[in-house]
Design a protein around this ligand. Structure first.
Ligand SMILES: [Zn+2]
Length: 447
């Protein structure tokens, strides 16, 4: 932790909670923001003057699977059902030692994109370790699956509890329990049976753990819950798996089961009807929007502008690289903003709204806005700096427009969590990226 004050200075400071400040600086001390002010004449060791750049709060990646990062470019299958079957087959081929370095590669890619908080859904559990040891902030939802009759619900819940206990010990070991929160993720309606889903929801409520679930993503999922038809239903019949077909839309089913609520995140929500939007709004359920993943898997465009108008908390997530291709949140935001406009002629979020959706609004959705999400005195110093000297930024008077229309990961100059610089100009301070890459390459050549 820095004990001497550090001053970050640039042509633009975007506190998000207030109007942009031209020629400003942010003063950081003891891991906190102590002041946001017009530039001073101070120079010296503690001053980082980025010049042609924008200082803003660290970005919040609303949904990810860090452990799949080393599987980029694999499993180019469509439609959704074939893709998810392909992913399951790919995972089965890989050794247990593969997943931690793969998650570390994901953390490195997030940091290089200016992301300081990642919401991650993990099967193997390794992202807890990856976040704890690298200094990144986040929330990790431990996934649970159970569609085959065995093991039974009680056994699966015991396994979940054991994993959460191991995660708590990992976090304690790194003194990261405040920085990294835990949650649970019943994966989806086609991988978690009705009785198990109800048991997991009851467990989460008792333990005060947030929930994340993939929901209303594909037409195959809708066919399964609405009419017991389609690829998933066919597979269950072939494998003799009994499935309780609720005969309603996926979100209607999740509302009835009690999944919705202010501490629940539903990922994707592409296939949403107006009545279901009302239910999401009434229950303050968070929606994680992953537009590149949805495009890649032919699942459609989520009605985000309409949901946001209803006051549904929206976060933007990259999802894993297996569907989205990269963990560059700037690419995600740009694609999302343009896809919404291509999809609808109604009023759309502004460029500023999109930047807010990956900073302050996301912090509110995760209930961490008293700590992070804006540049305000007293908040934790989770900050990113984006260089704007490239020609694509030239003569853009609105810094929000510049970020949404032009920014890439490669423009990110610095990523800081709690006052610690974790990434600066292509150098990671807490991850040995060349070693991680070499380890992964060796494992892939042997698998
Ligand atoms: Zn996902």
């Amino acid at each position: 932790m820095e004990h001497t004050p550090l001053i970050l200075r640039a042509n633009w400071v975007l506190p998000i909670s207030q109007e942009p400040l031209a020629d400003g600086e942010v003063v950081v001390e003891n891991g906190q923001i102590v002041e946001v002010r017009p530039r001073t004449a101070g120079t010296g060791n503690g001053v980082l003057d980025f010049g042609d750049a924008i200082i803003l709060p660290g970005l919040i990646n609303g949904h990810c699977h860090l452990e799949y990062t080393a599987l980029r470019g694999e499993n180019d299958k469509v439609p959704f059902f074939d893709w998810i079957r392909g992913l399951v087959a790919l995972k089965a081929k890989l050794p247990e030692e593969f997943w931690l370095p793969s998650a570390l590669l994901g953390v490195a890619e997030c940091l290089a994109s200016g992301i300081t908080f990642v919401s991650d859904n993990t099967d193997r559990g390794v992202s807890v370790q990856a976040l704890a040891q690298t200094g990144m902030r986040g929330r990790v939802y431990q996934e649970i699956f159970g569609i085959e009759p065995q093991p039974d619900d009680a056994t699966l819940l015991q396994q979940l509890q054991a994993k959460l206990e191991a995660h708590r010990q990992t976090l304690q070991r790194y003194e990261a329990a405040e920085r990294v929160q835990l949650g649970v993720s019943p994966h989806a309606v086609y991988t978690v049976r009705d009785s198990l889903l109800k048991a997991v929801v009851a467990f989460a409520r008792t333990e005060n753990l947030p929930i994340s679930m993939h929901a209303a993503e594909s037409s195959e999922e809708v066919a399964l819950t609405r009419s017991g038809s389609g690829s998933f239903a066919e597979m269950f019949r072939q494998r003799g798996i009994p499935y309780l077909h609720p005969r309603i839309q996926p979100l209607e089913y999740l509302r009835q089961v009690g999944v919705m609520g202010a501490d629940t995140q539903l990922v994707h929500c592409v296939k949403v009807e107006p009545r279901e939007m009302q239910a999401l709004a009434q229950t303050r359920t968070q929606v994680a929007h992953c537009p590149r993943s949805n495009a890649r898997l032919l699942t459609g465009v989520a009605p985000i502008a309409a949901m946001r108008r209803l006051g549904i908390p929206i976060v933007v997530g990259t999802d894993s690289v297996v569907s989205a291709g990269t963990l560059d949140l700037w690419e995600e935001v740009r694609f999302g903003a343009l896809a919404q406009r291509a999809f609808s002629i109604s009023a759309q979020p502004t460029w500023k709204d999109w930047v807010a959706m990956v900073t302050l609004e996301a912090a509110r959705a995760f209930g961490i806005d008293t700590q992070v999400g804006s540049l305000d005195a007293g908040k934790r110093a989770d900050i990113t700096v984006v260089r704007t000297h490239r020609l694509a930024f030239a003569n853009t008077p609105d810094p929000y427009a510049g970020l949404v229309l032009a920014a890439h990961s490669s423009d990110v100059a610095l990523t800081m969590v709690e006052g610690m610089i974790l990434y600066q100009d292509g150098v990671w301070r807490t991850i040995d990226v060349p070693t991680v890459r070499r380890t992964l390459a060796e494992m892939r050549s042997q698998s």
